[in-house]
Design a protein around this ligand. Structure first.
Ligand code: ADP
Ligand code: ZN
Length: 520
C-alpha cells in the first residue's frame, strides 16, 4: 500500500503537502472522521482524494457543484485515477456503466449529487459496493443560516447510521463559528476531529475606501498601483459591469465584461483570455470566479459592497494565489448601505434575519477603525495575535471623533420629516436642509421653515453623507423598504435624548483631482 506522500508524488506530481493537508489525510486514512475548514484554493480536494486512493474501496464524494463534476472527473482520469460521477445530467447507459464500475470495485472515487441520496435505489447501490470514505464537499450547504442552504444536505446526517464504520470527512471554505457548530451537529460530527487551516492570506493588502467618484477612484488605483496587472473588478449589476468595462477600455486599460447575461460562448472566451493573457482585467458580477485558478491575479477591486463577509473573503481570495503581494481594494459609500439595507428587508422572516446579520458583519468590517485582517479572521474563528501591518487601517489608523451633536441633528431632521405623511424623503433632502440650501424641493415642502434648517453648516456635503452612512451602518438609522426613506430606530431615541454618545471614524480626505506624481 502506498503512503499518502507517495501518492502525492506519484499521482499528483506535487513535492510536498500544503499547510494542514498531511494531518487531515493521515487522520482519515486511519479511519477517523474530520471536519475541515480551509479557504478556497487551500487544497481541500487532496484531503479526501488521497485517503480514497490509499484506503481500500471507493471514496464517495457528495458535491453540489454538478456543473464541475465532469471537469473534476476528467482531471482525475487524466492523472490515472479511476473516477466517475452520478448526477441528473447523465444518460441511462452512462449511469449504468458507472454503477457497474462502482459495484465491481473498479473505481477509486465516485462523485454524487446530494439529491441522488434521496433515491432508495442509490442507497441500495451504495450497499452493494465497498466504500472507503464519504467526503461531504461544500458542507456549509447543510446550514440553514448560511448563504447557500440546500435541503438535500440535511439527509446526509443519515450516512453515519447506515454505514457506521465508514469514515466521513466534511469540508467547507466558508464557516463562521456558528455555521461551523451547525455543520458539526447536523452532520453528527461532534466526535470528529476539527481542522481549521490557514485562512490568513498575508500577502493580500486590504483597503476599503470611501466612495466618492468610483470610476475616477478605480482608474487612479489601477494606474498608480497596478499598471499592466491582471485583476478582477466586481460590480453588483450587469449594466454596471458593461459600463465599467467600457470605461476602462476607453481609458486604454484592457478589460472585458463577464456576467450571466452574456452568452455562453462570450463568457467562455473572456474567461479563457483572462487565464491565458497577461494583464487583462475582467469586470464581473459574482458569477465570475467559481473554479478560476489563476495564480497571478494581482488585485481584486469591489465597486459595490459584497453581501457578506464570506463573499468578500472568497472574492478577494482570488488575488495573489502565487503568494506574491496583491491588493484587495474596495470603494464603499452611502448608497451601498442604503441599497443593501433595503434588500435585507425582502423575503421571509428567516431570510431577512440572515441578510441583516450578514450585512451588519460586512458593514462592521467596512467601518472598523481596527485592523481589517484581525476582524476578518475573527469572523472565521481565527485569532491573529497582533494587528497585521498590511491593511489600510494598520498603515493609517483612522481618527475617530465625537459626532453626537451632528448625529442628533440628522436624527431630529429625520424625526421632523417623518411627521409628513404625504411624502418620504431620502438622504439628499436631509443634507440640503441641514446645510440650509433653498432648493426647489426644500421650498416646495416648506422645509426652510423647520427649526433644523441651516443648523449643519459646520460640515460639508460629503461629510454629512459620511455621517448618515455610518449612522446606518451602526443601526442608529434605518431604511424604510417601500420608498428607501430614512427612518429612526429604537436606538435613535437614546441619541436624541442625549443618553448615548456617537463616535464615528473620520473618512480619509478625498484625494485631489490631479494625477499623483509618482513616488508617494
Ligand atoms: P479548494 O478545493 O480548497 O478550493 P483545490 O483542492 O481545488 O482547493 O486546490 C487548489 C489548487 O491547489 C489546485 O490547483 C490543486 O491542484 C493545488 N494543490 C493542492 N494541494 C497542493 C499541494 N500540496 N502542492 C501543490 N499544489 C497543490
Ligand atoms: Zn491590519
Amino acid at each position: 500500500m502506498d503512503t499518502p506522500i507517495e501518492v502525492l508524488h506519484r499521482v499528483f506530481g506535487y513535492d510536498s503537502f500544503r499547510e494542514g493537508q498531511q494531518e487531515i489525510i493521515e487522520h482519515v486514512v486511519q479511519g477517523g472522521d474530520a471536519l475541515v475548514l480551509m479557504p478556497t484554493g487551500g487544497g481541500k480536494s487532496l484531503c479526501y482524494q488521497i485517503p480514497a486512493l490509499v484506503r481500500p474501496g471507493v471514496g464517495v464524494v457528495i458535491s453540489p457543484l454538478i456543473a464541475l463534476m465532469q471537469d473534476q472527473v476528467d482531471a482525475l482520469r487524466a492523472l490515472g485515477v479511476r473516477a466517475g460521477f452520478l448526477n441528473s445530467t447523465q444518460g441511462i447507459d452512462e449511469r449504468q456503466a458507472v454503477e457497474a464500475a462502482f459495484v465491481g470495485g473498479e473505481l477509486d472515487l465516485l462523485y454524487l449529487a446530494p439529491e441522488r441520496l434521496r433515491a432508495d435505489s442509490t442507497l441500495r447501490l451504495l450497499d452493494r459496493g465497498d466504500i472507503s470514505l464519504f467526503a461531504i464537499d461544500e458542507a456549509h450547504c447543510v446550514s440553514q443560516w448560511g448563504h447557500d442552504f440546500r435541503p438535500d444536505y440535511l439527509a446526509l446526517s443519515g450516512l453515519h447510521e447506515r454505514w457506521p464504520e465508514v469514515p466521513r470527512i466534511a469540508l467547507t471554505a466558508t464557516a463562521t463559528p456558528a455555521t461551523h457548530a451547525e455543520i458539526s451537529s447536523r452532520l453528527g460530527l461532534d466526535q470528529a476531529r476539527h481542522f481549521v487551516a490557514g485562512f490568513d492570506r498575508p500577502n493580500i493588502h486590504y483597503r476599503i475606501t470611501a466612495k466618492s467618484e468610483p470610476k475616477r477612484q478605480l482608474l487612479e488605483f489601477l494606474r498608480t498601483e497596478h499598471p499592466g496587472d491582471a485583476g478582477i473588478v466586481y460590480c453588483l449589476s450587469r449594466s454596471s459591469v458593461e459600463k465599467i468595462a467600457e470605461f476602462l477600455a476607453d481609458n486604454g486599460i484592457p478589460a472585458v465584461p463577464y456576467h450571466a447575461g452574456l452568452d455562453a460562448a462570450t463568457r467562455a472566451a473572456h474567461q479563457s483570455r483572462f487565464l491565458r493573457e497577461d494583464g487583462l482585467i475582467v469586470v464581473a458580477t459574482i458569477a465570475f470566479g467559481m473554479g478560476i485558478d489563476k495564480p497571478d491575479v494581482r488585485f481584486v477591486a469591489h465597486l459595490d459592497l459584497p453581501k457578506s463577509v464570506e463573499g468578500y473573503y472568497q472574492e478577494t481570495g482570488r488575488a495573489g494565489r502565487d503568494g506574491l503581494p496583491a491588493t484587495a481594494w474596495m470603494a464603499y459609500g452611502l448608497q451601498d448601505v442604503v441599497q443593501h439595507r433595503r434588500l435585507a428587508l425582502e423575503g421571509d422572516e428567516a431570510h431577512r434575519r440572515r441578510q441583516v446579520l450578514h450585512l451588519d458583519a460586512m458593514l462592521a468590517l467596512c467601518e472598523t477603525a481596527g485592523c481589517r485582517r484581525v476582524m476578518l479572521l475573527d469572523y472565521f474563528g481565527q485569532e491573529l495575535d497582533k494587528p497585521c501591518g498590511n491593511c489600510d487601517t494598520c498603515q493609517a489608523p483612522p481618527e475617530s471623533w465625537d459626532a453626537t451633536v451632528p448625529a442628533q441633528k440628522v436624527l431630529s431632521t429625520v424625526l421632523r420629516l417623518a411627521r409628513e405623511r404625504r411624502q418620504k424623503f431620502g438622504v439628499g433632502q436631509i443634507v440640503d436642509i441641514l446645510l440650509g440650501k433653498k432648493t426647489a424641493k426644500v421650498l416646495q415642502h416648506g422645509h426652510d421653515a423647520l427649526t433644523v434648517f441651516g443648523v449643519g453648516t459646520e460640515l460639508g456635503n460629503t461629510e454629512w453623507h459620511g455621517v448618515v452612512r455610518q449612522l446606518l451602518a451602526q443601526g442608529l438609522l434605518a431604511v424604510e423598504p417601500a420608498h428607501g426613506a430614512l427612518v429612526l430606530t429604537d436606538a435613535s431615541a437614546d441619541v436624541l435624548r442625549g443618553q448615548r454618545e456617537v463616535r464615528l471614524r473620520r473618512d480619509a480626505p478625498r484625494p485631489t483631482r490631479s494625477r499623483p506624481s509618482g513616488g508617494g
